[in-house]
Design a protein around this ligand. Sequence first.
Ligand code: 5AD
Ligand code: SF4
Length: 454
Amino acid sequence: MSSREQKTFFIETFGCQMNFHDSEKVAGSLVSQGYRQVDSVEDADLIFYNTCSIRDKAEQKVFHRLAEFKRLQKLGKKFAVIGCVAQQEGERIFERAPHVSLVAGSASYRNLPEMLVQIERGERATGLDDRNTEETFETEFTARTNPHRGYITIIEGCDKFCAYCVVPYTRGRERSRTSESVLEEARRILDGGLTEIQLLGQNVNSYRDPLGKRSFAELLAEVGQLPGIRRVRFTTSHPRHFTREIVDAIDSVPTLCDHVHLPVQSGSSRVLSAMAREYTREQYLERIAWVRAAKHKSISLTTDIIVGFPGETCEEFEETMSLLEEVQYDGVFSFKYSPRPNTPALAMENAIPEEEKIRRLAILNDRQREIQRVNYTRHIGQLLEVMVEGFQPARDQVTGRTSQNKTLNFTVPEGMTAPKIAEYRQVRVVRAHPNSLVGEMAAAPEAQPAYSVV
Ligand code: 5AD
Ligand code: SF4
């Protein structure tokens, strides 16, 4: 460590919202241990690298980056590799990058204070053996870096073991926090001035209150009724455990955002079975029908899709395309199947050639773009409430987000004051693109409900 009085750290994060929020909690733990967070590698004594291994050649990227860091070792800096690649590669990281001092997976973060003591003594620390734990990572202090949204992890890990996915191996078994502690954290976030909360979990629908007090839908509804709350989001849902009760909660509690992200992965029941997703196309569509049947809100739907899973025939891919037609999603995160270590799909036969995966992905994305163009155009002329998330001075635009989670960039008419980050404004939509809306801020502040009405 440097001779400066306060030790400093820098943290770089890749991957999903869970990972970003883990970094906020890791930073909180470090701050409570006397460290100070800095904005650059140069200023830091300790460099944290929070990794993701969900797709692609994540491991190679990590080793490449660690090789770049090596020159900084001479300056007395220390390195910590955490997250999914850390868990997956384990002690191999020390072998390939001997300048690393700490390797830890997310199930071990609650032991960070002890691990920090070890590395300060000049020893190596590992946190790799805690994936069967019942415990969750709760810190007294979370360094909230998002200026407009407070994240709360409600469930860690995943027990679903989808055939293609590394998460159950890297994040360990499912464990839920008590609903009391979630509500307490929500109150603290609201007391701190934020008005939007997002509940997080790899599979939030598997949430089970250890004290049996509230179901996921009840917890969602209760967070939505806390004093000061304006918007509640949650991610990610698994269709298998997605219930009507969740739709009823969204429909009846005004602050619950009118958006559901429900990853389908494939439109073919045969492929879904090979993926071990535990639902058929028909069961998935039944859940979509529940969402569409909401009485008070028009709930926006988005999904994740994998193309080119081993053995996926052209006809099966066509079933995914027909599902797109049927559901008319507002957004699709589409991925080429990527073989991952430890997963059952790795040993499956009939791998789809890379060119074919690229071809299918392009067909899917082209069609989805057109669907979104039409969906987004429907908003033209509407007055929507947005929360301000940033500014684009070059375009003279404010960036906001609707309750349906759509980006709405808008201008502020002359004579009106520009809003600040995290404030809400009414915006009239004037143009639509496939992925965003463009509008103009309206004069009447906050006269409309927080959600779009059917
Ligand atoms: N290959 C491609 N996509 C994957 N995903 C998860 N694992 C893989 C994989 N091995 C996608 C799924 C999941 C999203 C977070 O990432 O669509 O829902
Ligand atoms: Fe991975 Fe499936 Fe768990 Fe999602 S539900 S994290 S895709 S194993």
